[in-house]
Design a protein around this ligand. Structure first.
Ligand SMILES: [Zn+2]
Length: 657
């Protein structure tokens, strides 16, 4: 008996102790909304979702009706559309005084009231409501008052449709997913050296010749008809997403030159061929690649193309690229030389500026605004009538250059916004801690000209819709919060707790998100000191490091750290891990870079004695090598490069199991 009492006392102490130590779950974590709303006031009571049976939506927002009703039905809550209801209703009200895309959402005991002044606001409220319902347990939603509005009006995603092609169905999936996190701009990179993907009636060869690969018939002929694009635009518009087209000129133009070679410079080749990413570098025809800015036909061509595009896309923005424009071909071209002389230019780069200004005028004639990559402003050719999309490096320098001259910017820098980079280069945490406005930009007092930010997904190595989703999710949800929520509300731990509750939701939506085992890690910054290894070993290579990216990072047990060599690799290059003692293994695998810096042509070898090696795997197109060995005792692992690469190699990890 005595013992029993003691036992009960101990048990009570443990239980009480546990209770007092239990972390208080914040209201933010409970509701798990991403992006975090501006203001959330809990009302400390609950609403049973089964009590909501009716919905009222103003006629002007009829596009929302189906989305509301479908969502409720898919989640087993029957709901009926009515004109006026007294109670048990979701009441969507159009009010006068809220800002663009802003909304108020109040959950009471028997009704949910949504207020907005525009369609975007009502749509955003629906996304918040969906998240509340999807995170509810046993049909119970907390009563709450939310007041919300975006920090930036431009919250975008750029998808490269040239290097790989995405069907209308796949684009719609992308739209549905990004809209759920309140992203509102989809920028389609429609043309490049790999293909011209948009039907232009005045120039039909763009999409026949410009998508035709002699040796790859199965990849040929993929493009969007104007009707396809109208379908995508309409679908996006009901999801509060503006679709912005990009035609990349005057560089990245083989798609054009393959179809209309006369638009090239006089000294460039006579024929051009687009190539799929699947074609090895050595098989690609080396092609001097620029539109001839000295040829008047180029301006006629561009104007007609822009006219057709302006008629397809209701967006007020047309992106005309302007990135990575070498001037070497122009220098040797008679027509370009003539224009250079006529315009009395000093620098050959100024020829691009002549082109930029003419294009901007053509776009303005269509009542629209030209966007361009940040090179268009290298010599201040962009004006306050254009928009500079900042991409190179961290981007703040180019942003300051533009803002100082009152040129609006959209921030999409490689660091923070390039999601063709792997999760090692742009980790979810790095994205979350990134901000579109640097301290220096802040001092200019021109935040109103920073329109927002954008994720960029280049698709050299992204071939499937699943891969698109893995590269975007979860880290684009971090970007969504950066661009939506007030800066002072941002908190990594809170975001992470909310994200964890959203994985199931993403899964239920059919999204192939990436499971990031190093999500809590900030950006990988290599240091002078070499990292500790997973086991005793000696690492050697015939290459030199790039900076502090030591070879030891490939054997430190962390896939978010990596080795980076300081040049491109080819036959004869090698890397080796010699183990301190023989190790019994069943599997050896190697993961290399995600973006362009991966190893594609190499053998993976092992050695039992550290001297004689045997090949156990070949690197695949994904930049990986995997060898299942049964059971084997090994002393060394070696990678031998078998063909020339154009990239600088990254190796993330060599794993032995
Ligand atoms: Zn020329």
């Amino acid at each position: 008996m005595k013992n029993n009492i003691l036992f009960i006392l101990i048990l009570m102490t443990i239980l009480l102790g546990c209770n007092s130590n239990e972390p208080t779950v914040s209201i933010e974590t409970k509701l798990a909304i991403i992006p975090q709303p501006k203001l959330v006031v809990p009302l400390s009571k609950e609403l049973n979702l089964k009590n909501i049976k009716l919905i009222e939506i103003p006629q002007v927002w009829s596009d929302l009706k189906e989305q509301f009703i479908d969502f409720h039905q898919n989640n087993f809550y029957e709901i009926e559309l009515v004109e006026k209801a007294r109670t048990n209703v979701i009441r969507v009200l159009k009010v006068e005084n809220l800002e663009a895309e802003a909304y108020k959402l109040t959950v009471n005991s028997k009704e949910v009231i949504i207020e907005a002044s525009d369609y975007g606001g009502a749509f955003n409220a629906l996304q918040t409501w969906k998240q509340l319902v999807l995170h509810s347990k046993n049909d119970i939603v907390m009563q709450v008052k939310i007041e919300d509005q975006p920090r930036f009006g431009y919250r975008g995603l750029m998808l490269d449709c040239s290097r790989h092609f995405w069907t209308v169905k796949e684009l719609k999936e992308t739209i549905t997913q990004m809209a759920f996190f309140k992203l509102n701009k989809l920028h389609l990179h429609l043309t490049d050296n790999n293909a011209w993907r948009i039907e232009i009636k005045a120039y039909p060869k763009l999409t026949t010749v410009g998508t035709y690969y002699k040796d790859y018939p199965e990849l040929s002929g993929k493009f969007y008809t104007q009707e396809d694009l109208k379908e995508v635009i309409a679908y996006a518009s009901t999801r509060n997403i503006e679709v912005i087209p990009e035609i990349d000129i005057p560089g990245h133009a083989i798609g054009i030159l393959a179809a209309y070679p006369k638009l090239a410079c006089t000294t460039a080749g006579k024929s051009f061929e687009v190539y799929p990413e699947e074609m090895p570098f050595k098989d690609r025809k080396s092609q001097a690649n620029m539109l001839c800015v000295g040829n008047p036909d180029v301006y006629t061509f561009s104007e007609k193309v822009i006219q057709e595009i302006a008629a397809i896309f209701p967006s007020k923005k047309i992106h005309l690229g302007g990135d990575e424009v070498p001037t070497s071909i122009w220098k040797t071209c008679k027509r370009c030389q003539k224009l250079h002389k006529k315009e009395q230019l000093d620098n050959w780069g100024e020829l691009q500026d002549v082109f930029t200004k003419r294009m901007s005028a053509i776009v303005q004639k269509q009542g629209k605004t030209m966007l361009g990559w940040d090179e268009i402003n290298d010599r201040h050719a962009a004006s306050s009538h254009d928009i500079v999309m900042v991409w190179r490096n961290y981007g703040f320098k180019q942003a300051v250059e533009a803002l100082e001259r009152n040129v609006p910017v959209i921030m999409a820098p490689q660091h923070g916004c390039y999601y063709d980079w792997g999760y090692a280069g742009n980790s979810t945490r790095k994205v979350y801690e990134w901000d579109p406005i640097s301290e220096e930009m802040e001092t200019l007092n021109k935040n109103n000209l920073v329109l927002g930010g954008q994720a960029c997904l280049w698709t050299e190595r992204v071939k499937t819709q699943n891969r698109v989703e893995e590269m975007l999710y979860p880290r684009i949800t971090a970007l969504a919060e950066v661009l939506w929520s007030p800066k002072e509300n941002r908190n990594w731990d809170s975001y992470l707790a909310r994200l964890e509750q959203n994985y199931d939701v993403m899964k239920a939506m059919g999204m192939s998100y990436f499971f990031d085992d190093a999500i809590n890690e900030a950006e990988f910054k290599p240091v002078k000191e070499k990292p500790a290894l997973v086991r005793h070993a000696q690492l050697t290579t015939n290459l030199n490091n790039h900076g502090n990216y030591h070879l030891e990072y490939i054997f430190d047990g962390r896939s978010n750290t990596f080795y980076w060599g300081n040049r491109s690799i080819g036959v004869g290059d090698w890397y080796q891990i010699t183990l301190g003692e023989p190790v019994q293994v069943t599997k050896v695998s190697v993961i290399t870079g995600d973006s362009k810096d991966y190893i594609q042509h190499a053998n993976l070898l092992i050695s039992e004695d550290g001297e004689t090696f045997q090949r156990v795997a070949v690197f695949n197109d994904e930049g990986e090598a995997n060898a299942s060995l049964g059971e084997k005792t090994i002393r060394a692992i070696r990678i031998e490069v078998t063909k020339q690469h154009t990239n600088w190699p990254v190796i993330k990890e060599v794993k032995i199991e």
